[in-house]
Design a protein around this ligand. Sequence first.
Ligand SMILES: Nc1ncnc2c1ncn2[C@@H]1O[C@H](COP(=O)(O)OP(=O)(O)OP(=O)(O)O)[C@@H](O)[C@H]1O
Ligand SMILES: [Mg+2]
Length: 407
Amino acid sequence: MTSENVYIWVHLPDASEPIIAGRLEVTTGAAGSIGRFNYGQSYLQNPRAVPIDPVALPLRQGIQTFTSLNGYPGAILDAGPDAWGKRVIDRLYGKQNHPLGYLLLNDAGRSGCLSFSTKVDEPPASPHCHAFDLANLMSAAVAVETNQPVDQALLKALSPGSGGARPKCTMVENGVTWIAKFPSVDDRYISVPRLEHATMRLAQSCGIHTAETRLCEINGNDVCLIRRFDRVELEGNITRRGFLSARTVFYDDPGFAAVATGSYQRLSRWMPRFGATLEDQKQLYRRLVFNVVVRNDDDHELNHGLIHQRNDQFVLAPAYDLVPNLQTRPTNYHALLIGASGAGTVANLIDVAEDFALSKEQALSIVRDIEALVLNTWQDIFYEAGFGDEDIRKVESVFRPIPISQD
Ligand SMILES: Nc1ncnc2c1ncn2[C@@H]1O[C@H](COP(=O)(O)OP(=O)(O)OP(=O)(O)O)[C@@H](O)[C@H]1O
Ligand SMILES: [Mg+2]
């Protein structure tokens, strides 16, 4: 039997320093892992305290237990790195135990409002990173991808804190925090940062709430900057907002571990328990339809989330990581299921309408509107985003009507 302890700190919405919120103990034995979380008295007595997760970790006395996800509450895992961040941490400090080693060593730019320490009287480390320009960071990212040596200070600045597999880092400019997404050495066909920027713009024009994006050109390479919605500048300080991924929403349902396959309809049905509104459900439907129309089928459970609004309320976070799959298929199957099959078809989109507080007629009209908007405007928006004729030809097969039903 092994046991791990970690203290959880929260950056309250208007605070620049974190306060201690509680302790998680995870014990692992032959039968698996059990996590036991306990809020501290000082946090429970703080009138400004917000729950780490209003469903799985409401503000209350006593031990709250977790048996899925290695015994870790999903909300805590959301503050950890994913493939890219782990790769950078491995280069900096060597391989770590998942998830605790990576949670503790993750950059202060981690998603949401949590920080971690191993002692109750030891505030979380907040490593100071030198600022580097994007050109240096981009070259360092290539060196990480190709296993070349990288300066340690640059490597620290490349640790993004947030998740995802693609090369990226956090960048602060005039008090505004961005994720800078670099090209990858594997992108041989098209500029993926430009494709992401153009697709996010197209989504906005279809009434999808998205994170703001900007494109930067550095030595002939594109970098897509995405404004972080979990960082807010307040009177000269950068403050943080809680973030819960769709994975966390799913695992907060005790019955989910037996299914372990997330779907749009499950996200829609469950998110009102966190404070999301009917409007959020309808907005999620528009995002779902958009993802089907642009064949963004890598729309997995970490590519959607909720953002803290006030007290114990979390609402649907803006859309991010919208990128079409350029491989042409008769039907695209989505990572987050639509209905039971995940098939991106009109029939499937209409079948699930009621889970988004929509009638089938309303759903059909949204599908038809978004499809027409995308097909009529994508070229203008992609040209505006700086794509030339050759690139437009490379992506045009994406922009065709979606199948009516599964073949
Ligand atoms: N605008 C944003 N504000 C706050 N957090 C964000 C934002 N955009 C993305 N994130 C967080 O950062 C993570 C990584 O971002 P993103 O999904 O864009 O990266 P990626 O490397 O392309 O991911 P993937 O592995 O899905 O391809 C997301 O899962 C989300 O938790
Ligand atoms: Mg992603």
